[in-house]
Design a protein around this ligand. Sequence first.
Ligand code: 13P
Ligand code: SF4
Length: 360
Amino acid sequence: SNDELRDRIQAVRDSLGERLLILGHHYQQDEVIELADLTGDSYKLSQLAAGSDDCRVIAFCGVHFMAETADILANRPEKLAERGGERVRVILPDMAAGCSMADMAAIDQIEDAWDQLSEVIDTERLIPVTYINSAASLKAFVGRHGGIVCTSSNARAAMEWAYERGDRVMFFPDQHLGRNTALGMDISDEQMPVWDPYAPDLGGSTEEQLQSSKVILWKGHCSVHQMFKAEHVAMFRKQHPGIKILVHPECPREVFELADESGSTGAIIQAVESAPAGTKWAIGTELHLVNRLKQDHPEQEIHFLSPVVCMCATMYRIDLAHLCWTLENYAAGNPLNVIAVDEETAKWSLVALERMLEVR
Ligand code: 13P
Ligand code: SF4
């Protein structure tokens, strides 16, 4: 039972003390969030991993790319030196907790795209920006090519950083975050080419389209956030006059543009926390987070901005059973599900991640 699992997890906690840090992304199930030492959105969790001092093991309740990022940041050279070379082990309680968006941009596809692009534009002046929701190999590519990582909370600052250094930006892997950010900055025309890695030639765009655009998007999306539709916004506005629509920037353009407010998971929580009692919201982001906001804020009226269930199936894979199993094994000297990025990949990913931490 969950009560028993909680007790067993607590026993490992007691034995490891400060050496153990349990981090939880806001999309995790309540039972996991309740046990986490610290929670956050992608940006905050990477800051927490970067700042970890006493801990030697992070149980990362989130998805694979987040655990990779935590490994890279927690074990960067100066931190390793401070600890006399001792590594922080990052554990992902279930190895099947991936991210379908990150999987849409495989490194060989990106290298192939870059080769093709170099035939038609000056790739020295093309700055790659990758959403943190990407494999470490893609972050390393971005680091090597003078680019930067961003999260949903600093995408604009990262794009501005990139524009100061080149003529064009290529944004991976989420076309929606890339498009919504670029349109807000007024740096691109309506039709940004979207590079389809499965198209036979030039990602499905023409030479002319690629040459005339300041932003090239990658054809990736979040399977959860793409399910919010313009008609859902219309329905809520009609049925609940005065309602505020609050969405994550991974939502498609129409939804993003129709919304009253938008922001990262952390910003969504803040918007609700700072609103007066009686505020009516329809929120377009992962179901677990919206349900938790509903529970925590009975003084407001919170709706989920979709008639269908939009939850992140891979985030949901992390549960108390997996957390308990990996923690007990770790405590018994048998670390399982350790995410360790190889040295060369970590080195270049770090270049791109540090740029991100510096712009904001
Ligand atoms: P944030 O945590 O930056 O809001 O990102 C949401 C998300 O999709 C995480 O996978
Ligand atoms: Fe990936 Fe979307 Fe799940 Fe975030 S919510 S982990 S972007 S599939």
